[in-house]
Ligand binder design. Sequence first.
Ligand SMILES: Cc1cc2nc3c(=O)[nH]c(=O)nc-3n(C[C@H](O)[C@H](O)[C@H](O)COP(=O)(O)OP(=O)(O)OC[C@H]3O[C@@H](n4cnc5c(N)ncnc54)[C@H](O)[C@@H]3O)c2cc1C
Length: 407
Amino acid sequence: MYTEAAVIGGGAAGFMAAVTAKANGLDIIIMERKDRVLKKVLATGNGRCNYTNINAGISNYYGEDREFARDVLEIFGPENAVDFFEKLGIVHKIEENGKVYPYSGQASAVVDALRFETQRLEIPIYTNFDVSRIKYENSLFKIFSNDGNKIITCKKLIIAAGGCSYPELGSNGSGYRLAEMMGHKSTELRPALVQLKTEKDPVKGLHGIKVNAKITAYYKGKELNSSEGELLFTDYGISGPVVFNLSYLTALYDNLIFRADLMPDYNICDIEKMLTVRKENLSHLTMEDFLVGMINKKLGQLLLKRSGIEKLSLSVEKLSDERITKIAFLIKNYDIKIQETTGFRNAQVTAGGVKTEGVNPKTMESKKVKNLYFAGEVLDIFGDCGGYNLQWAWASGYLAGKSAAGK
Ligand SMILES: Cc1cc2nc3c(=O)[nH]c(=O)nc-3n(C[C@H](O)[C@H](O)[C@H](O)COP(=O)(O)OP(=O)(O)OC[C@H]3O[C@@H](n4cnc5c(N)ncnc54)[C@H](O)[C@@H]3O)c2cc1C
């Protein structure tokens, strides 16, 4: 079958590319390896789809050359994403830290809006089309399905096959292999926005506990970045938005220390004073209950043990001033040594991807093969947690679609 243009990947970037290309006059089809399209979008934002972030800027993105994302985001910023979806019927709601969701609170609304738009524009969608090979001959792309049954020939091709995170939702890393067939190299790949496995001691018995904390990541004593929000303890380590936000650092550094400030609203002197007053007021209690009402009870008990108190049955009365200083210090500096991530299976995004040096940031066109374009997570760009990754998918998809249509 012949078509003017084709997109590999029926995800966020692929849909945006196809809709934009067709709206600008280019006949285009979408090929998707799964039985349904937009599976990942449906799972985003805990089923609510945090589809952009009004604060999205270059500092929220990472890659060997993050500057690559600057032009793309300037051409199609978060306000464009909000407008685009508003026109498709999605009323937006801005929540904490600039996160944007559909007002209905349903990721399925975003999926439906995109499906309706492809129907309106009469864009054919081929599901169960797992592209395994591409050949470029006589200025035409030949695209082969993995079962050997389907071949598509087209003049323009957009690779939007995603990364290799969360493979059950479709993206299994094949985009990198397809890019390689076209002469494009990829960087090292690592899971990002992912739960972390840690040393056991600081998390023992805390499984399921959520606290508000400010975490600062350190590598060899050097402060790298910090984030404040919900910290979730798991049986293997730590998770939650605050961990996701910093987990990209595991793609860059080994042996990280995450230093949790468990009372970010107070400075260490205030905490020390607070503990001294508590000692006076609560002298009838044992250490087991000393921090109750100040920080989570189980976390408090583990923290007291880590401060050197072996027996929590000890009376609060016996607490020395040195110990109070140590407890206050630990509340502000609860160190957790990171071991590894929980892997691609659980990662929201892939850090790394097709090297951006081979792609024109003004058009998303390959510098190696004419009429070949890239969009979305398959490229070596990923963002913070909070709507930034879908923003990248929409922005890069928009630019690829528009350029493919010659606009
Ligand atoms: C659980 C979860 C929650 C998330 N929540 C958010 C959120 O709230 N906000 C946010 O901004 N980001 C979120 N993300 C990240 C965001 O969803 C992705 O970064 C974004 O969807 C990437 O879009 P994409 O189109 O580049 O890739 P994908 O969405 O992965 O789409 C790629 C598509 O290509 C198809 N494909 C792959 N290979 C082939 C092939 N060889 N042939 C044919 N088809 C192929 C895949 O099946 C897939 O449908 C979340 C991710 C996950 C996993």
